[in-house]
Design a protein around this ligand. Structure first.
Ligand code: CP
Ligand code: NVA
Length: 311
C-alpha cells in the first residue's frame, strides 16, 4: 500500500506528532554532523522527483538539499521541462516517474492534479503546494511553534489575511494537534466552509477551538502567534490591485501585534512583501520566527520522505 501525503489530514494526530518528533531528531542529528551529511546516508541510491508547475525557493531547495544531506538525489522538473498535461498526460507522468524514482513531490495549480498523480503513481506523492493546501508548510510551522513554546496543545494561532491554501492547512493541522486556530479574513476571502467544518470536527477531538471572523482584532486577541501570507497567491497576480484595498485592514503591523499576547510570535510562510501583508518592523522584529519556519521546512520534509518510504 503506497502512502501519499496530499493533505495534512493524511496523517492522524499520532502520526503527525511522530513526524514532528522525527523532524526534531533529524534537525539535531544534522547539527551534530556540522550541518553536513546524515550518518548512514539512508537515501543513498534513491531519487526524489520534483514536479513544479509554479516557482519556489523554500520548498524546492529544502527538498533538494534535504535529499543531498540524506545521501539521495533530487531531480527538478519545471513546467518548461515536462509540460505536464500538455506534452504528456498527468497519469503518464506518474507512471513514468514511478519506474525511475522512489518519491514524487509536486507543486501544482489544481488539487486534482496531485490526486491524479497519486492515483497513477506506484511511489509516494507529496503535495508541495496546490490551490487547496500547503501541507509541508503547516508541518514546519507546527514544529516552529513547538520549539518556541515546548507544546502545541492549548496554544492560540491567529491567521490574518487570505483564507487560502496555507490557511487551510494550518486550520486542519492545528485542529489535529490541539492548537486553537482563529482566522481573521475579509468576508469574500474567508476559508472554504467545507475546510472549516472538517477542522471543527478535528478540533472537537483534540479539545481545541476554531474561530472564523472578519475582525482581525478578534482573531489575534490573546494569540500566542500571529500568522499571515500574501494577499494574492501564485496564479492570482492579476487580482493584486483589486485585493489590496480589501486586505489593507488585515495588515499584520505593530498595532495589530499589540492586540495579541505580549510575547506573541510573528509568522509568515514567505515570500513576504514588507509593508503589504506584514510591516517591515514586524517581519524584521524580535518576535519574528519566519526564518525558523523556513529552516524547519528542511527538517520536516526530510522526515516526511523517510516516513512515507517506511524508513
Ligand atoms: N513558503 C514556501 O513554500 O515558499 P516557496 O514558494 O519559495 O517554496
Ligand atoms: N499562498 C501562497 C503561498 C506561497 C508559499 C501561494 O499559494 O502562492
Amino acid at each position: 500500500m503506497v502512502r501519499h501525503f496530499l493533505s495534512v489530514t493524511d496523517m492522524n494526530r499520532e502520526e503527525s506528532e511522530a513526524l514532528l518528533d522525527r523532524a526534531a531528531a533529524l534537525k539535531a542529528e544534522w547539527y551534530a554532523a556540522g550541518r553536513g551529511v546524515h550518518p548512514g546516508m539512508p537515501m543513498q541510491g534513491r531519487t526524489l522527483a520534483l514536479v513544479f508547475e509554479k516557482p519556489s525557493l523554500r520548498t524546492r531547495v529544502a527538498f533538494e538539499s534535504g535529499m543531498t544531506q540524506l545521501g539521495g538525489h533530487p531531480s527538478y522538473l519545471s513546467a518548461n521541462d515536462i509540460d505536464m498535461g500538455g506534452r504528456e498526460s498527468v497519469p503518464d507522468v506518474a507512471r513514468n516517474l514511478s519506474r525511475w524514482v522512489q518519491v514524487i513531490a509536486a507543486r501544482v495549480f489544481k488539487h486534482s492534479t496531485v490526486e491524479t498523480l497519486a492515483r497513477y503513481s506506484s511511489v509516494p506523492v507529496i503535495n508541495a503546494l496546490c490551490d487547496v493546501e500547503h501541507p509541508c508548510q503547516a508541518l514546519a510551522d507546527m514544529l516552529t511553534l513547538r520549539e518556541h513554546f515546548g507544546r502545541l496543545q492549548g496554544l492560540k494561532l491567529a491567521y490574518v489575511g487570505d483564507g487560502n491554501n496555507v490557511c487551510n492547512s494550518l486550520l486542519l493541522l492545528g485542529a489535529t494537534l490541539g492548537v486553537n486556530v482563529a482566522v481573521g479574513a475579509p468576508q469574500d476571502y474567508l476559508p472554504d466552509p467545507e475546510i472549516v467544518a472538517r477542522a471543527e470536527v478535528l478540533a472537537a477531538e483534540s479539545d481545541a477551538t476554531i474561530t472564523v471572523t472578519t475582525s482581525p482584532s478578534e482573531a489575534v486577541a490573546d494569540a500566542h502567534a500571529v500568522y499571515t501570507d500574501v494577499w494574492a497567491s501564485m496564479g492570482q497576480e492579476h487580482e493584486a490591485a483589486r485585493r489590496r484595498p480589501v486586505f489593507e485592514p488585515y495588515r499584520v503591523d505593530a498595532a495589530l501585534m499589540a492586540q495579541a499576547n505580549s510575547s506573541a510570535l510573528a509568522m509568515h510562510c514567505l515570500p513576504a512583501h514588507r509593508g503589504e501583508e506584514m510591516s517591515a518592523e514586524v517581519i524584521d522584529g524580535p518576535r519574528s520566527v519566519i526564518f525558523d519556519q523556513a529552516e524547519n521546512r528542511l527538517h520536516v520534509q526530510k522526515a516526511l520522505v523517510l516516513t512515507l518510504l517506511g524508513m
